[in-house]
Design a protein around this ligand. Structure first.
Ligand code: ZN
Length: 267
């Protein structure tokens, strides 16, 4: 159950898509946005289910998972405050392609899917931003396919830890090894071995239910190319969105933009 929060509680940690909206557009959709707190491990919807609500994370991260017939999950996308779930809402609706699970707890804006669909059909700046984000999600999915096929568990683990670190913006991540194995779609023992290597190199520290990032630069050196490739695509999409905002709404000031993390902007 999502816990409702006062609107003011989310003011200090905006979602990047919403904060890129010109003020008039933002004010129009504000009545339909409800601030909620989401607990880790919660399933927002299953694959094949209709999507009733969409979520714009401001603190939490959400995993979009594909499941095999045998029940093994693999994460296709990680979504934080740079995006929202689920883009299928903007593509005519229909059931979700993925299971959406809260990876790390935190706050989000919740909105009726029907309202987002209506706003998307109106065109305008939200339409433009969501299309840019869709482009980013597709790029991330393609890169994930390549990553699963070609890169080692250790490389993938570094890449994934960095992507979560970017989104939660704190060194201590509330993640169990079991959960990490689950979203990477690999055996638990493989994750344990990879984490042991990173621990010995003093890049991370593992305690019960927590992984602490000690050396971010070291993780970047060991991560596969996918980390920077995905970050570069995200940055291009975000810059294009803000360029569009400035050109279309020249008389208005966009809402305050919070920056991508240095790692995402560096590529
Ligand atoms: Zn990779």
């Amino acid at each position: 159950m999502a816990i409702p929060l006062p609107h003011q509680a989310l003011a200090a940690s905006p979602n990047l898509l919403l904060s890129a909206l010109p003020p008039n557009d933002y004010q129009r959709i504000l009545p339909y946005l409800k601030p909620v707190a989401l607990e880790a491990g919660r399933t927002l919807y299953e694959a094949g289910q209709p999507i009733q609500r969409v979520y714009f994370p401001t603190e939490c991260t959400i995993s979009l998972l594909m499941s095999s017939a045998q029940g093994t999950d693999v994460e296709v996308n990680t979504v934080g405050r740079e995006g929202f779930v689920d883009v299928i809402t903007c593509l005519g609706g229909g059931p979700s392609l993925y299971r959406a699970m809260v990876l790390t707890k935190g706050r989000a804006w919740q909105m009726p899917a029907a309202m987002l669909k209506q706003e998307f059909r109106h065109g305008g700046m939200l339409h433009e931003l969501l299309l840019r984000y869709l482009q980013n999600i597709l790029a991330q999915s393609a890169q994930t396919a390549l990553c699963c096929r070609l890169h080692s568990v250790e490389e993938r683990l570094c890449c994934w830890l960095l992507s979560v670190h970017d989104r939660v913006e704190q060194d201590e991540l509330e993640l169990t090894q079991e959960l990490v194995a689950h979203v990477l779609g690999v055996r638990r023992v493989s994750v344990t071995e990879a984490m042991a290597i990173l621990r010995q190199a003093e890049l991370i520290r593992c305690t019960r239910g927590h992984i602490t990032v000690l050396d971010r630069v070291g993780l970047e050196r060991r991560a596969c190319e996918c980390y920077h490739a995905v970050g570069k695509n995200a940055q291009v999409a975000l810059q294009a969105s803000h360029a569009a905002t400035r050109s279309l709404i020249s008389t208005q000031q966009p809402m305050p933009l919070h920056h991508w993390s240095p790692a995402l902007t560096a590529a």
